[in-house]
Design a protein around this ligand. Structure first.
Ligand code: KIV
Ligand code: NA
Length: 278
């Protein structure tokens, strides 16, 4: 299997196929996402919520993103991987922005970066694209602006709001973004934006009229996710329950003297132990 490329993404939209994307944050989640056959992996700064336990994405640092992106790349060597630019790493000078991008691409080994915002970040987007870095836009509910937005609300409900979203999507297209994420946007507005731009739209809580979908790994499989009861999420497995059950059985068996059993014990006949971690 070969990595999807930027030219192929545009082709997918022309052919009316859907792009599939899921987040991953580490080596095992990346292996599983790749084996499941997603088109793209997003190392989202949602890692702040789902793997680091913060209550927003704001505390996530560029160091966090580099570390997690690199471990995702090790697990998913044949999948296109996009890394989120964290809070405040693309709002200073173009020079500062490009340094942060360089860290995600060189140390993190990402194939592309994602930035939240519309018209106001287009200079940064343009500079990245000119430097050869593919950029995924992200508009609608942009969690890094949660305090300005006043909470995690549905976007595009008022006409003015919808118009601004369309302008932002068009501006990102002009700046050279290869696709744009629409988060928590009404289905009608998301579908309209998708018709009006040539680059693919990737929705999360943005309905059916978009060119692809992205969901958070931990939401899809119900892995102790703080977002698992959100309306826009569908859960396809309950691995949280399975993990809890497995560990609780282990605890019970150790307490009850059931584990280790005779089959787990070494005798003088055993010599070589293959260590996974050696
Ligand atoms: O961080 C993230 O997971 C995201 C997706 C929700 C688009 O930005
Ligand atoms: Na994000």
């Amino acid at each position: 299997k070969h990595k999807l490329t930027i030219p192929k993404f545009k082709q997918i939209k022309k052919e009316n196929n859907k792009i599939t994307m899921v987040t991953a944050y580490d080596y095992p989640s990346a292996i599983l996402a790749e084996e499941a056959g997603v088109d793209m992996i997003l190392v989202g700064d949602s890692l702040g919520n789902v793997v680091l336990g913060y209550d927003s994405t704001l505390p996530v640092t560029i160091d966090d993103m580099v570390y997690h992106t690199r471990s995702v790349i090790r697990g998913a060597q044949h999948t296109f991987v996009v890394a989120d630019m964290p809070f405040m790493t693309y709002h200073g000078s173009i020079d500062q922005t490009l340094r942060h991008v360089a860290r995600l691409m060189q140390e993190g080994q990402a194939h592309a970066v994602k930035m939240e915002g519309g018209t106001e970040i287009c200079l940064a987007v343009d500079a990245c694209v000119k430097a050869g870095v593919p950029v995924l836009g992200h508009i609608g509910l942009t969690p890094q602006s949660v305090h300005q937005l006043g909470g995690y609300r549905i976007q595009g409900k008022e006409t003015e709001d919808a118009k601004r979203l369309l302008e932002d999507a068009k501006a990102l297209e002009r700046a050279g973004a290869f696709a744009v994420v629409l988060e928590l946007v009404t289905e009608e507005v998301a579908a309209y934006i998708s018709e009006q731009i040539s680059i693919p739209t990737i929705g999360i809580g943005a309905g059916r009229g978009v060119d692809g979908q992205v969901l958070v790994f931990h939401d899809v499989v119900k892995y102790a996710s703080p977002y698992r009861d959100k309306k826009f999420v569908k859960t396809y497995a309950d691995i949280g329950a399975q993990i809890r059950e497995g560990i609780s059985q282990y605890v019970q068996e150790v307490k009850g003297g059931v584990f280790p059993g005779p089959e787990h014990v070494f005798t003088a006949e055993d010599t070589v132990v293959e260590s996974l971690y050696g």
